[in-house]
Design a protein around this ligand. Sequence first.
Ligand SMILES: Nc1ncnc2c1ncn2[C@@H]1O[C@H](COP(=O)(O)OP(=O)(O)OP(=O)(O)O)[C@@H](O)[C@H]1O
Ligand SMILES: O=P(O)(O)OC[C@H]1O[C@H](OP(=O)(O)OP(=O)(O)O)[C@H](O)[C@@H]1O
Ligand SMILES: O=C(O)c1cccnc1
Ligand SMILES: [Mg+2]
Length: 555
Amino acid sequence: MADADGPFVVKRHRSKTHIAPQWKSQSKTSAPTNNFVTPLLNDLYQITMAYSYWQQGRQDLHAVFDLYFRKNPFGGEITMFAGLDEVIRHVSNFHFTREHIDYLKEILPHCPAEFFDWLLSLNCSKVKIYAIPEGTLVFPRLPLIRVEGPIGVTQMLETTLLTLVNYPSLVATNALRHRIVAGQNSTLFEFGLRRAQGPDGGISASKYSYMGGFDGTSNVLAGHLFGIPVKGTHAHSYVTSFTDVSDLRVRELKDVNGKVFDLWEMVQEVYKQADLVTQTNQGELAAFTAYAVSFPNTFLALVDSYDTLKSGVINFLTVAVALHRLGYKANGIRLDSGDLSYLSKETRKLFVKWGEKFQIDYFAKLNIVASNDINERTLSSLQQQGHEIDTFGIGTNLVTCEAQPALGCVYKLVEIEGKPRIKLSQDMAKVTLPSRKSIYRIWGNAQHPILDLITTQNDPDHPEPGKRIQKKRAYITPTRVEPLLKLYWNEGQVAEDFHSLDDIRSYALTQVKIMREDHLRTMNPTPYKISVTSALFKLLYDLWSEEVPIEDISQ
Ligand SMILES: Nc1ncnc2c1ncn2[C@@H]1O[C@H](COP(=O)(O)OP(=O)(O)OP(=O)(O)O)[C@@H](O)[C@H]1O
Ligand SMILES: O=P(O)(O)OC[C@H]1O[C@H](OP(=O)(O)OP(=O)(O)O)[C@H](O)[C@@H]1O
Ligand SMILES: O=C(O)c1cccnc1
Ligand SMILES: [Mg+2]
């Protein structure tokens, strides 16, 4: 498959992320990737609430908000947290421009000039952001991000933070699930840009699919922006644009020592030696020869334009033998229709047969790429059937997250001026967990975490290694207690070093090895346990009774 140097050679850029607050440094890297990401990328109600907070003189009340989701996506029991880097970029850059304010004046004409002056002065220099590291496997109800600071500004972060976390976490989780099903030995490429929900959807899909365990993308801009390996083959239209050899204008190719040969003549020679029973499509053979002239080192051919086994694979092999004689190694083929399992096995047999006939040992291991509407179920079915595919190109179903179009992260107030707050609901899952909380991942003797514990501040049940805790009808003595929330943004300063995309990806893949397998399986997995301490439980019920007094229904 092709990269910038030719079909499918891996090329990594450095992708270290450095973030510096915009008002302290003009460093370009501190800006969000998408310049739509400003305080104006918001729901109107964030601005109208800001006005009312300001009018009531409440804008500086100290608020704590939690960002969390209630249910893992895709019927699974894991979610990969993604998008934090862009959140911190947004926070570090948060300010309204004069142009934004002029527009807001148009849509909120009755608001006084002083309100707009205040809006113009807003930034996140009094905000603190605690978060779980990006790439961590997370679960329902855990605060992924805890935002603290003046309600005037922290309220306004709601919509933007949600949009920066929801889709990234969803698509990263989708990618991770594909990785889990495909196993470690398959190569996975994201091919979804053309089908993504617009340019930002496409860029985010490429970035977060890579974070979730894909090996590369066909999206050139994503390669440029994030250092993701970019890969590609060619389309059917390239093949079908050649009718016959008369379309082949450049046939000469230098061998590895620099001597010039006519590749088409060499292809004809191999063609004769191959003793074919039926004639292959000659336009296809001309197209493959042309592509080999362009990319002799990494030649890969799309073989299903006419007849995969009788024409495409044979034409590819013919060109591959000719290239071999000039000292080049072809890469392989791509299948894009039909029964991918059957065709991959038959193709592998042909690779072996031609390798033996022409005495080229690496032919047996040539790369078989498959694409065509592949999703998690197709991957899983292909694994059961046995197949000979080395590389999967996955587009539509990965980037559009066809199995579940949204992750329902929400942003809820849990404390104001030090007072815990609660949002009630008939639906228990929608009742918020009040107060500023901490989360601890609790490890036992085995090499995997047992549960996550959510605590209040100064909780009497603060977990410690070696200190036994009781959870329902079980005791746990933690061997390790891992605080999950870290301070990332401290009143105008980046407080935690950010990791490169490659590091986050490796961290995410390591966690998959650590988690118990039954939580990871894609079908009917076991839920991972999330517990709250007695103190948090009591706080919730006390607040509930305070907000809605217990009714006497005997009257
Ligand atoms: N062996 C297989 N097991 C399970 N699913 C497969 C297998 N081979 C292919 N598929 C999937 O089956 C679907 C086949 O799609 P479709 O019916 O459109 O056929 P097609 O091969 O694209 O046909 P055509 O190109 O002739 O229109 C794709 O989603 C593909 O990923
Ligand atoms: O199938 P996806 O997972 O979305 O992967 C990307 C698809 O995009 C390309 O062709 P396109 O679909 O544009 O045309 P085709 O279906 O006629 O090949 C490619 O050949 C894949 O089929
Ligand atoms: O390079 C490819 O093969 C490719 C890229 C995007 C979509 N489909 C295929
Ligand atoms: Mg297609």
